[in-house]
Design a protein around this ligand. Structure first.
Ligand code: CA
Ligand code: CA
Length: 198
């Protein structure tokens, strides 16, 4: 969740702090709302993936039965999903019951700007098809799925209806929108613009 602190001292001083963050959603409607209902879905109905997405898997993973099937191991086999253009949202319906509950799944974002971010929330090994998704303040173009350490020696799982979203609107629009949403926000924006012109 974007945290915006807006101390407004009678319109004379405006300080704005935006903290980078990853927000995890276990409700698909909430995730959809967070990406403004603008996203694409790969439903794995056949082995031909949507244009611009691909995966590299150690096992390797397969598309069969209308699902993506894979097995990952903490410190071993992992799966990397690559996107040809940057995204800020990703998710899917995960079933970790195949092979029994195992290590759980841990995600790492490979950031477009360089470096990576480990997502602190993992997909628990109790998932049997529920939605799990995230939205990141930092754009990314790949996501790595690894085994976590919840139990057992691996995690065999399926994923269906993988969703991914490109960032809209632009960050400057977020800030303007946040200002407008606050009392006196419109007045503050006008004062900023007036100050810029003077
Ligand atoms: Ca499917
Ligand atoms: Ca499993």
């Amino acid at each position: 969740m974007k945290k915006i602190l807006l101390p407004i001292l009678l319109g004379t001083t405006i300080s704005l702090h935006v903290q980078a963050a990853i927000t995890v959603y276990t409700s698909k409607p909430a995730w959809e709302a967070a990406v403004n209902n603008t996203y694409q879905t790969e439903d794995f109905s056949d082995a031909v993936l949507n244009t611009g997405i691909s995966f590299v898997s150690g096992l390797p993973g397969t598309v069969s039965g209308g699902l993506f099937n894979d097995r990952v191991v903490n410190g071993g086999d992992q799966t990397t999903w690559n996107f040809s253009s940057v995204i800020n949202g990703w998710g899917g319906n995960f079933d970790l019951s195949p092979g029994g509950p195992g290590q759980g799944l841990q995600m790492t974002l490979e950031l477009y700007a360089g470096g990576n971010l480990v997502v602190s929330s993992v997909i628990p090994n109790t998932y049997t098809g529920q939605f799990w998704g995230l939205v990141s303040d930092d754009l990314f173009d790949a996501i790595v799925v690894r085994g976590d350490g919840l139990g057992g020696t691996a995690e065999t799982y399926t994923m269906d209806n993988m969703v991914y979203a490109a960032p809209v609107p632009e960050p400057s629009t977020y800030i303007a929108g946040a200002l407008l949403a606050l009392p006196f926000g419109l007045q503050a924006l006008r004062q900023i613009r007036a100050r810029r012109r003077s």
